[in-house]
Design a protein around this ligand. Structure first.
Ligand SMILES: Nc1nc2c(c(=O)[nH]1)N[C@H]1C(S)=C(S)[C@@H](COP(=O)(O)OP(=O)(O)OC[C@H]3O[C@@H](n4cnc5c(=O)[nH]c(N)nc54)[C@H](O)[C@@H]3O)O[C@H]1N2
Ligand SMILES: Nc1nc2c(c(=O)[nH]1)N[C@H]1C(S)=C(S)[C@@H](COP(=O)(O)OP(=O)(O)OC[C@H]3O[C@@H](n4cnc5c(=O)[nH]c(N)nc54)[C@H](O)[C@@H]3O)O[C@H]1N2
Ligand SMILES: [Mo]
Length: 767
């Protein structure tokens, strides 16, 4: 058996190969808490749902005028040679550029792709397309769009809070109480964008518990907090966290428990916010009673918690999920204001943080000063960008207006979509609306290793290699180790590296030399490595040569001293270390946001009633709140067909978590298949009845590939449990235009019809 080292977004592994087949997968010996997602790796190469060769949708090829766009998702595919496929792609790129201009090429192409530095799909695509004259791109993420836009207005930077936040170790040493809105879910710290060498979050959380720190979890799902933390569980109606925080703030204010010197020395705008808290203008004080009426948390519990927070060294945290909701800016802004009122920002073991355990490294390690090289991407000549989760709006409303962070954007007229490394038919909200929007462009080109839902809904499908079929290396954020990704087996069937695909396209378009700079994979890897070595040398660190690193399979970066406390310098001297806000201070009231005049994002945090929540009239029709969290068993939709994902499915469908009270009322038992529905769509899922989820909340994790009962039909039931058939596609507010997946009401019923087959893990029909 020959063994190789590889790395993924969920860990590093040793892979054994016998007779050209993967016979063995073992987590890296130095990983203290490896992820089970690695179990799925062996199937990643040989599975029947790999795309064997380039494919073109039948209707696209036959209907040369309109490309029979309604055929997307239902047409058969015609296998073609690489030569033919690349000629078609190059021809389409030229046609669209000539007839409509480069802004009509949309390649925002959001998605996690694979972990390597060089073979990063989107970087390859952007380097290629920018050399071709550019493309319409996107800004922000599905992960934390609202936070990315609002937090810089409040404290100057969002990424500083993420990558230089107060660490769990620091809390173990100095903290007394952690109040975690949305929890610290260990299921999420299995992964890290760009790679993870060691899973250390569980260990860090245990240390914190052992040090005597106490935990309060505020949220609807007990599974968000490890059992060993023994957290007090405060249940609340989903997306009402802002109201609870306001109730806490009001209690601090009226009981004189807030730090008035900190809010005046380090913040601006407290007086206006205080007027709101006291109800000076709207006549409604935001008391604990008031907060209780909205959130369902007993007023006494809010008051007690406020007192406990004020008398302890307290860290308050929010999960990223919380801002993926209508008015998702508000809970993040309010969390900062609450921490400011406690006056502990910048103190060891205290203050606030976002996304502890949302990914490995977040809240446990700071970003290393040595950063890896990235593929050089020339500047995009096309200036058009828009918020990433407005993709369906873009396709549906060419020329339409989109407000965003003080700007008025205009949607370009998209004629061609180019997607690499993402799965919008997994990640976007309201898939029926996306399906309709997806019929607008003339041509959709997708690179994928597998027949994902997105590949099935495109016109030209180019099969690319997956991780184990190429050489690369990783260095993830807050992960202090380079991990080699050694080629384990030859590319499956006719699949090719993205780099080679784009080099051949560049050849047809006349810029191969510029694209490749004369380098092959090996030369690029050395180029990347050497740039990383230079970055290390700049901070006085010597790294081994490439050969030694490759032989060894990994290279740990030296530990570096970091203060481990967010905004410690600012606390100590706000004049000498101002924040990057207009005032240099924490903006409890933002003049900038006030100047935008947005009706849905006021100048200080507020409770704004959403359209869909457990307090709205719509609950008469749809009485349950649907949350769609990250799956335990995989990364998003990746390797959905493989063993670790299959094992948690129920009769082949994604699980839906239901409280026993709601299940009994509908005569549903664990293991039953249920239909979950609202006005936007419906899907089947497998019931998992559990007291871990509170009443009137149901949870379907994301990631099951969309598998419509009638392919290509808007409104068809998804038989597999992709919750985005149910979620709403709207922006958080005019400020950030982030996704609102967590604001979603549904009902559910026992499904006792004949169980439709899961077809999405089989390749589509070919002619
Ligand atoms: N309802 C709801 N929806 C959500 C969320 C939620 O909480 N609720 N979360 C959102 C969030 S935070 C995110 S980040 C998104 C994630 O959404 P995505 O990032 O789109 O999800 P992935 O499944 O990781 O998609 C990556 C795709 O790239 C492919 N791929 C892997 N390697 C390569 C490669 O080398 N080349 C190419 N061309 N392709 C490759 C994989 O097969 C996969 O199909 O989902 C969002 N959607
Ligand atoms: N295993 C695994 N890990 C992952 C990923 C994956 O796909 N698989 N994806 C990664 C990515 S891209 C991201 S962005 C992060 C996402 O990190 P998050 O967005 O924080 O993760 P989620 O699992 O969506 O949500 C965490 C919990 O928040 C709770 N929650 C939801 N809505 C509310 C609310 O309104 N109030 C409160 N108090 N709680 C609420 C839910 O119970 C949910 O389980 O995870 C990363 N980690
Ligand atoms: Mo994400």
């Amino acid at each position: 058996m020959k063994t190789y080292q590889t790395a993924t977004h969920w860990g590093a592994y040793r892979i054994g190969v016998e007779d050209g087949r993967i016979s063995h997968v073992e987590p890296a010996s130095y990983d203290p808490d490896p992820s089970a997602i690695g179990r799925s790796l062996a199937e990643s190469c040989g599975h029947r749902v790999r795309i064997a060769q380039p494919m073109v949708r039948e209707g696209w090829l036959r209907d040369t005028r309109d490309h029979y766009r309604e055929g997307r998702g239902k047409d058969a595919f015609i296998p073609v040679s690489w030569e033919r496929a690349l000629d078609l792609v190059a021809g389409e790129l030229i046609r669209v550029r000539e007839d409509h201009g480069n802004a009509s090429i949309f390649a925002g192409a959001y998605g996690w792709a694979s972990a390597g530095r060089f073979h990063h799909a989107q970087s390859q695509m952007r380097r290629f397309l920018n050399m071709f004259g550019g493309h319409t791109n996107t800004v922000n993420t599905y992960s934390f769009a609202a936070a990315e836009v609002v937090v810089p207005h409040i404290v100057g930077s969002f990424y500083e809070v993420l990558f230089a936040g107060t660490t769990v170790d620091n809390v173990a040493g100095h903290g007394e109480l952690v109040v975690a809105f949305g929890g610290w879910p260990l299921k999420n710290s299995q992964v890290n964008a760009g790679g993870v060498s060691r899973h250390e979050v569980r260990g860090a959380q245990k240390k914190c518990k052992d040090a005597g720190v106490e935990f309060v979890y505020v949220g609807p799902n007990r599974d968000d907090m490890a059992e060993f933390l023994d957290a007090e569980w405060v249940q609340l109606r989903p997306t009402t966290d802002t109201a609870v925080m306001l109730g806490l703030a009001h209690t601090l204010l009226v009981e004189g428990l807030y730090d008035s010197s900190f809010v005046y020395s380090h913040c601006v705008g407290f007086d206006r916010f205080r007027d709101y808290l006291l109800g000076v203008e709207d006549g409604e004080a935001k008391t604990a009673e008031w907060a209780s009426g909205i959130s369902g948390v007993p007023a006494g519990q809010i008051i007690k918690l406020a007192r406990r927070m004020a008398s302890s060294r307290t860290l308050i945290t929010a999960s990223w999920s919380m801002q993926r909701a209508e008015h998702g800016e508000q809970p993040y802004w309010m969390l900062i204001v609450l921490a400011a009122m406690l006056g502990q920002i910048g103190l060891p073991g205290a203050g606030f943080g976002f996304g502890h355990a949302a990914a490995e490294g977040i809240g446990t390690r700071w970003d290393h000063p040595i950063r890896p090289a990235a593929l050089p991407v020339p500047e995009n000549p096309v200036r058009e960008v828009f918020p990433v989760s407005r993709i369906a709006d873009l396709l549906l409303n060419p020329g339409g207006r989109c407000d965003y962070d003080g700007k008025a954007l205009t949607f370009p007229d998209t004629r061609l979509v180019y997607w690499c490394g993402g799965n919008p038919f997994h990640h976007h909200q309201d898939l029926n609306r996306l399906l309709e929007a997806w019929r607008r462009p003339e041509t959709i080109i997708v690179h994928e290793p597998w027949w994902t839902s997105t590949a099935r809904h495109s016109d030209i499908v180019l099969p690319c290699t997956s991780t184990l079929e190429r050489n690369d290396f990783t260095l993830g954020h807050c992960d202090w180790s380079l991990q080699a990704m050694q080629k384990v087996i030859d590319p499956v069937a006719q699949s090719r590296n993205e780099y080679d695909i784009f080099a051949d396209l560049a050849d047809r378009l006349g810029f191969r030399e510029r694209f490749t700079e004369g380098r092959d994979e090996d030369a690029w890897l050395r180029w990347f490595y050497d740039r990383t070595v230079e970055s290390a040398a700049a901070v006085g660190v010597n790294m081994p040569g490439f050969e030694a690193f490759w032989e060894q399979g990994s290279c740990d970066l030296p530990a570096f001293e970091n203060p481990s406390v967010l905004f410690a310098a600012f606390r100590a001297d706000p004049d000498k270390h101002p924040l990057a806000t207009p005032s240099g201070k924490i903006e409890i009231y933002s003049e900038t946001i006030a100047s935008f005049g947005y009706d849905d994002c006021p100048p200080h945090p507020m409770w704004i009633e959403p359209q869909e929540w457990l307090g709205s009239d719509m609950t008469r029709k749809y009485p349950c709140h649907l949350l769609t969290n990250q799956p335990k068993d995989k990364l998003h939709s990746q390797l959905d067909f493989a063993v670790n994902s299959r094992d948690i499915k129920i009769k082949g469908r994604a699980p839906v978590w239901i409280n026993p009270v709601d299940a009994a009322a509908r005569n549903i038992r664990s293991g039953d298949i249920v239909r979950v529905y609202n006005d936007r769509g419906s899907c089947l899922a497998g019931a998992l009845v559990t007291e871990d989820v509170q009443e009137r909340v149901v949870i379907i994790p994301t990631g099951a590939w969309y598998d419509p009962e009638t392919p290509g039909q808007v409104g068809a039931m998804d038989v597999h449990g992709n919750p985005n058939i149910l979620t709403r596609d709207a922006g958080t507010s005019k400020l950030s235009q982030g996704p609102v997946a967590q604001s979603c009401l549904v009902d559910l019923e026992l499904f006792d019809g004949p169980l439709p087959e899961i077809r999405v893990h089989q390749p589509p029909a070919t002619v």
